[in-house]
Design a protein around this ligand. Structure first.
Ligand SMILES: [Zn+2]
Length: 672
């Protein structure tokens, strides 16, 4: 039997992942092998007879699983970008192994004792940060608690796991149990052809005649946006807004149990609330900062949002004879007024944005900003022939990173777009180990005669992911757990959202956006419309986002003595401050708010608007100094290079010279 290529040093250009030598059956044994190696290393750190110090304990721990990280990152990236049944069932086996290993580490009492013997760390930002974070990782899992409390903590964790699952299952049940079968052509008024096509084949799958509309996001959102039939929109909305509450077994009680247990867990660990526990490791740091951020933004955005609604009401009266806009009208009206006022045809932009030119443009922009060069490679192994690879160097040809780009949809690739790392950056034994970064997208494919042509949304997606990739590629830290995009949650979207701004700048667009046939740049009026679209009814959208953020915080910032109110009570008390549309009885957001009750967004929903604020403030600096100003880019590069080794707040203030300031979001709104 051939040796497992994942258990040896990679014999490939730049030590890239040996996709060409690996078969699926190599992953599980390799991961088991590297878990054992990591365990052995950790045991010898723990049981060492030397005096514990930063290097032999804290730092050694961070490097203990560097090979394991490499193989598991590749496996899960592959499982997202090029999966099959075998990979998926392997994932079911591998994921629990990894979480069991991670748990064993932070629950190891003797290891915690050993760590406590370390009295100081070198006086560098990343050593100090690693010291602090390592201790926290143990303590946030109960290392400081007595036996009885520890047991209670485990019990709570198990219950929370079950409740989250139950929450998700109920949302899924209520999503799937509803269907709206349309039997007459005139029920379809306003719906685009391809949507009708999908609805028809959805009905056919159930051996029914007609068109089937469901509550699944793609179906629901499209219908609400395009259907001219107010009665049907209402029917669909009422079903959608009752998800999680449709049967006796519903999420109302589950939510109360979830937030109660999350609070108890936080209290056990010495935090006033679940939000305080979560935010300790975020840029915002504490609930008070988040609450005043939300409140402040609300005060600024609400008057503008009210004006927007007035405008929409007038529009609705004239065009639809709708007197009072209801929740089931908004998306439809917004789409209609957008078409009328902005006159944007997303398809008309495509000829200006051929993918190969856009790629060259992005490379040129990053050359001007950071002096990076991209050399196409042909001998780096890839997992699919469509994947492009580049060596990234600085102007003196020093190696910086390897970049993979995988642009088009395939069976076996999940939807959306993302950035991942096949190898993170770190320093080890005097060597600067450089990163291998990958961007995966689902862009419109090329045809026989034409290259792939992007629409504007695909363009901003490309820039977004490239912004993340820069964070990874320009990383320059010491410890693997603190480099690149390993930063706090409410900071990680700053580089990606910031880079999107170059898509709206003529100076940047003129580099690459040229019409496929005429060679002309994007006409001014088109560009103007795109800019307007960015802030079109944005105050309304902001208020909606704030509503979600406020509900999230209301559930998760409950302290010991607060009473847990019912879902309807809690939401009413928030929505009455910000709701721009009439309240509908027996509907609620929380029972289907999977982000915070099933996913990882609890006490984190504010991050969307928070990172937008950071991005606006950072881009202001570029606009003041010039979007290609080398010195500004150089300063910004320091923020990227630092990764998670320095406090995010400090990095931000060093670059902007300012504190986070929600008012800038309003300035952007008012620029229209
Ligand atoms: Zn992102």
């Amino acid at each position: 039997m051939a040796a497992n290529p994942l258990i040896q040093k990679f014999n490939t250009p730049f030590e890239t992942f040996p996709f060409d030598q690996v078969s699926n059956s190599d992953f599980l044994p390799a991961i088991k092998h590297w878990i054992d190696v990591a365990k052995d290393r950790i045991a010898s750190i723990r049981d060492s007879s030397e005096i514990a110090d930063f290097e032999n304990t804290i730092a050694a721990l961070d490097f203990a699983q560097k090979e394991l990280n490499l193989v598991s990152a590749a496996f899960f990236n592959l499982n997202s970008a090029e999966t099959n049944d075998e990979m998926q069932s392997l994932a079911q086996e591998i994921a629990p192994l990894l979480s069991e290993f991670a748990n064993d580490v932070v629950l190891d009492e003797k290891l915690y004792q050993r760590i406590q013997q370390v009295t100081s760390a070198p006086n560098t930002p990343d050593a100090q940060m690693l010291f602090k974070k390592t201790i926290l990782a143990f303590e946030r899992n109960g290392a400081k608690l007595g036996e009885k409390e520890k047991n209670r903590l485990r019990e709570i964790d198990q219950k929370l796991g079950k409740l989250s699952l139950e929450f998700g299952e109920t949302v899924l049940r209520d999503t799937n149990s509803f269907e709206m079968l349309l039997e007459h052509e005139d029920d379809l008024e306003g719906l685009p052809d391809d949507f009708r096509e999908q609805a028809k084949s959805a009905a056919e799958k159930l051996s029914k005649a007609g068109w089937l509309i469901s509550l699944r996001p793609d179906s629901y959102l499209e219908f609400m946006k395009y259907s001219t039939r107010r009665d049907l929109r209402k029917k669909l909305y009422l079903a959608f807004a009752a998800r999680g509450m449709k049967a006796e077994k519903n999420n109302l009680k589950v939510i109360e149990d979830l937030v109660g247990l999350r609070r108890e867990r936080a209290n056990l660990l010495g935090y006033s609330s679940h939000a305080a526990f979560i935010l300790e490791e975020r840029m915002a740091k504490n609930p008070q900062t988040v609450l005043s951020f939300l409140e402040n933004l609300k005060d600024h955005a609400l008057p503008i949002a009210k004006n927007e609604m007035k405008m929409l009401e007038e529009f609705a009266q004239v065009t639809e004879e709708i007197d009072k806009i209801q929740k089931w009208d908004v998306n439809y009206l917004l789409e209609k007024i957008r078409k009328e006022k902005l006159n944007i045809d997303d398809e008309a932009l495509r000829p200006y944005l051929p993918l190969p030119e856009v790629t060259k443009g992005i490379f040129e922009i990053t050359r001007r900003l950071f002096g990076l060069k991209f050399k196409k490679q042909t001998n780096i192994p890839v997992y699919h022939p469509e994947v492009e690879t580049y060596e990234v160097t600085d102007e003196q040809d020093n190696h910086i990173a390897v970049l993979y780009m995988d642009f088009f949809p395939r069976d076996g690739k999940r939807g959306g777009a993302w950035k991942t790392a096949y190898r993170g950056q770190y320093h080890y034994e005097d060597k600067n180990v450089r990163p291998h970064i990958s961007i995966v997208c689902n862009f419109n494919r090329p045809t026989k005669n034409k290259p792939a042509l992007l629409n504007f949304q695909e363009l901003t997606t490309y820039f977004h992911e490239f912004g993340h990739a820069l964070h990874g590629m320009l990383a320059d830290g010491t410890y693997p757990s603190l480099t690149g995009t390993n930063v706090s949650w409410d900071f990680v979207e700053l580089p990606s959202q910031l880079f999107e701004n170059w898509c709206y700048e003529q100076e940047a667009l003129n580099i690459f956006a040229k019409h496929l046939e005429t060679g002309e740049n994007i006409p001014n009026d088109m560009l103007e419309s795109i800019r307007k679209q960015r802030v079109f009814f944005e105050a309304y959208a902001t208020i909606r986002q704030l509503g979600f953020g406020m509900i999230d915080m209301a559930w998760h910032n409950l302290t010991k003595d607060d009473e847990i109110s019912s879902v309807f009570q809690l939401e009413k008390s928030i929505m009455k401050k910000i709701d721009l549309l009439p309240n509908i009885e027996n509907t609620a957001i929380s029972p289907a708010f999977s982000h915070i009750f099933q996913g990882g967004y609890s006490a984190g929903y504010y991050s969307y608007k928070w990172s937008e604020m950071l991005e606006v403030q950072c881009f202001d600096i570029f606009q003041k100094n010039g979007i290609f100003d080398a010195q500004t880019a150089g300063n910004y590069r320091k923020l990227l290079a630092a990764g998670g080794s320095t406090d995010a707040d400090m990095l931000f203030q060093e670059f902007t010279g300012e504190k986070p300031n929600p008012a800038v979001l309003i300035n952007r709104l008012e620029q229209k």
